[in-house]
Write a new protein. Structure first.
Length: 294
């Protein structure tokens, strides 16, 4: 609002009983009211004609006997100093100047101030407010939809028509790690359609992190290739190493025995028997040629 200044230090009227003339019209001021100026006394008509200000509203002179109000070099009759919208007197009211218009606070707020989306009351000029996505709130009205505490200048997360402080949003909506049950705020991996922290998704055997690595599972538990091979994979009858099938590895099975492709060779001449006929000889396998020499 703006403070209004009434005319201070205006010349005072007086009554002259001795021979005394108006400085302008030279008529005697004997027995008449006059106004004393720095350069001499003036009768009332001459004073009004030469020194009175013009009302910025009605454009008429503001006579010596009128209460004069002024604001930013503009002068008004008391009854002319009114709100441009509702015509309310602004003589003793706070007001705002919008362009060339004088407005009472109610009209200014109604036309130029926004309304709080929460309480639907006007957000008064100069008051603390928050704006987001074209909407406005009083600072104390912008609260978390969960804990009901003012969010203020803290970070928040919108969810449809609701707004949450970060701790409440994470507690309410963020996924939780399958292993440690804590909130996943960033990153993570998915295994069997369940979320895991990267540091929580480890081999069931050796606890090595599996994120970004080849792994397999046994009874829904993840294992690195090495642990799975040692614990669950078939062993090659030739080299005794696990047959995992990873990395394009193939193997041959016969009865209860298994071999890597590159290990399935004749025990005598070391010829590969993959795709060929062979003869078992106790724990050994032989090609047909070597078996015929027996």
């Amino acid at each position: 609002s703006t403070d209004l200044l009434a005319g201070e230090g205006r010349p005072q009227t007086g009554t002259m009983t001795e021979c005394f003339d108006c400085d302008n019209c030279k008529e005697s001021l004997y027995g008449r009211k006059y106004i004393q100026m720095d350069n001499g006394p003036y009768c009332i008509p001459c004073y009004d004609a030469h020194f009175a200000n013009t009302c910025d509203e009605c454009k008429e002179l503001i006579g010596h006997d009128c209460r004069e109000l002024y604001y930013e070099d503009r002068h008004y009759h008391e009854h002319c100093f009114r709100c441009f919208r509702c015509d309310r007197s602004l003589a003793d009211e706070p007001f705002t100047c919008q362009g060339e218009e004088l407005l009472c606070n109610d009209c200014y707020c109604s036309e130029f101030s926004s309304k709080c989306i929460a309480c639907e009351k006007t957000v008064m000029p100069g008051s603390r407010k928050l704006e987001y996505n074209g909407q406005t709130w009083h600072e104390h009205c912008f609260i978390c939809s969960s804990c009901q505490q003012p969010i203020g200048s803290r970070s928040f997360i919108p969810d449809k028509k609701d707004y949450y402080c970060v701790p409440c949003y994470e507690s309410k909506f963020a996924p939780r790690c399958t292993r440690c049950k804590k909130t996943l705020t960033k990153g993570g991996v998915t295994y069997r359609d369940e979320p895991w922290h990267k540091e929580c998704f480890v081999c069931t055997g050796c606890k090595t992190p599996l994120a970004g690595q080849q792994f397999t599972s046994q009874d829904d538990n993840p294992y690195c290739i090495k642990c799975f091979g040692n614990l669950y994979a078939k062993k090659c009858s030739a080299c005794t190493k696990p047959i995992t099938g990873f990395g394009g590895g193939k193997y041959v099975s016969f009865e209860d025995r298994h071999w890597h492709h590159n290990c399935f060779n004749c025990a005598r001449c070391n010829t590969s028997l993959v795709g060929k006929g062979f003869i078992p000889d106790n724990d050994e396998i032989l090609c047909r040629d070597c078996s015929s020499d027996l």
